[in-house]
Design a protein around this ligand. Structure first.
Ligand code: ARG
Length: 460
């Protein structure tokens, strides 16, 4: 029998029941639902709306339900409409009359808005811990490979020499912004919906500040309609998750490339790679590929939320029940990806010699050759053109800038002297890039220091 049987003359069609029910996905908020109910009952009692005895019975009943759900003694009823109805029905079956008083001055609309915020707040703590783990892994590897020379690319063409540490730190800065974006969004969901009622507040003398404080929010939502209708926080989080997944996916793509025979810059640990069912030689970077693929599903979650909300009039509409599967999928996917990706990075082998060999090809010191002429007084544009001619000559003759004889250089310009070879050596090119934020080992170590200070400041 439905709670609202009084108004209805017929049972709901079984198909409607199943269609309407959200318990198969909202049951994961049972802790938050109970937490919210405990705070609500305490506030009602504090305001004299509920007797102390009823409140005590409700609190005891709810604690019992929590224990039994945690231990698995109590199973969710798949026929319940949602987690809120399920817990209320359980409570009433356990404690009788008092259970029926819990829903005074409350609606499932403010209840679900509260539960979702509480749930996401807790999950965000976990995402943040995983992100910190990733950033700190990147810092560790960057410090280790602060002076490991590799080619830097634009258009996937070898461009200028950088260090592997510098490349990894680029990602650390992206993930730092992702972390801050999530914190920022969490700050904006720091108001408490309970007491907004179905949409129009209540005539009971409730104290919303008390429940807000008890539940760890800085204030009650200041507008009851907004309080039950706002799903901005889901959209903001899904958007921050999407950006994070985009970053992770770019790094994943690089890992895939670096593992290939064409690059061979890294080798993944056997425990973080997979084989082929037919090709015995294969070692595939499945983890990185899956992370890259899963970015798409998180973008999908964001689109689902945006589209679901776009035409909804105030206040609550059942469409909004769709928010949970989308945002839960986003949280789950991000957590899953981060918790697999970080150990994959931690266990990879870096093939420094291959990186260096790749850096030695592709004329990535051509800018430095031009800069050499500039330092001797030639305007940059002339030096650029002249060096371009030398590169073309080397390509024709199968040489590199390092192996082109001085006599050939001097045919192009008398400014070239023996010290040119030091100026265009890979080590000079990398060590010399000391401009703030550059790839020189000292700069990489400075970045690692900045990043570690940031992590420390965040605390645990
Ligand atoms: N299961 C619903 C949801 O997830 C709870 C709120 C239902 N409210 C209502 N008036 N039907 O959105």
């Amino acid at each position: 029998m439905k709670l609202w049987a009084g108004r209805f003359s017929k049972e709901a069609d079984e198909r409607v029941n199943d269609f309407n029910s959200s318990i198969r996905f909202d049951s994961r908020m049972f802790r938050e639902d109970i937490q919210g109910s405990l705070a609500h009952a305490a506030m009602l009692a504090g305001q004299g709306i509920l007797s102390q005895e009823d409140e005590a019975a409700i609190a005891q009943g709810l604690e019992g339900i929590l224990q039994d759900l945690e231990s698995g003694k109590l199973a969710f009823d798949p026929d319940a409409e949602d987690i809120h109805m399920f817990i209320e029905a359980q409570l009433t079956s356990r404690i009788g009359q008092a259970g029926k008083r819990l829903h005074t001055a409350r609606s499932r609309n403010d209840q679900v808005a509260l539960d979702l915020r509480l749930y996401l707040r807790r999950e965000l703590g976990e995402v943040e811990a995983l992100l910190k783990g990733l950033i700190s892994e990147l810092c560790g590897q960057a410090a280790k490979y602060a002076d490991t020379v590799m080619p830097g690319y634009t258009h996937l063409q070898r461009a200028q020499p950088i260090t592997f540490g510098h490349h990894l730190m680029a990602y650390a800065w992206m993930f730092r912004r992702d972390l801050l974006r999530l914190r920022d969004a969490a700050g904006r969901m720091d108001s408490m919906p309970l007491g907004a009622g179905a949409l129009a507040g209540t005539t009971y003398p409730i104290d919303r500040w008390q429940t807000a404080k008890a539940l760890g929010f800085s204030e009650p939502c200041p507008n009851s309609l907004d309080g039950v209708s706002d799903r901005d926080y889901c959209i903001e989080l899904a958007s921050a998750f999407s950006i994070l997944m985009m970053h992770l996916s770019r790094l994943a793509e690089e890992v895939v490339a670096w593992c290939s025979w064409e690059f061979k810059f890294i080798e993944l640990d056997d425990a973080f790679a997979t084989g082929s069912s037919i090709m015995p030689q294969k070692k595939n970077p499945d983890v990185a590929e899956l992370v890259r693929g899963k970015a798409g599903r998180v973008y999908g979650d964001l689109m689902a939320l945006l589209t679901m909300m776009k035409g909804l009039p105030l206040a609550y509409n059942k469409d909004m029940q769709e928010d949970k599967e989308a945002i839960f999928d986003g949280v789950d996917t991000v957590k899953l990806c981060l918790s697999t990706f970080t150990p994959m990075l931690a266990t990879m082998t870096v093939l420094k010699d291959n990186m260096r060999a790749a850096a030695a090809k592709g004329f990535i010191n051509a800018t430095d050759c031009a800069d050499y002429l500039v330092k001797k007084g030639m305007p940059f544009r002339d030096a650029y053109k002249l060096t371009g001619g030398l590169v073309a000559q080397c390509v024709r003759e199968g040489r590199t800038l390092e192996t082109l004889p001085l006599a050939e250089y001097q045919k192009a310009s008398p400014l070239f002297q023996e010290d040119l070879y030091t100026a265009i050596s890979l080590d000079t090119c990398v060590q010399g890039r000391t401009s703030y934020g550059g790839p020189a080992p000292a700069s990489v170590l400075r970045q690692v220091g900045q990043m570690r200070a940031f992590l420390q400041e965040l605390g645990d």
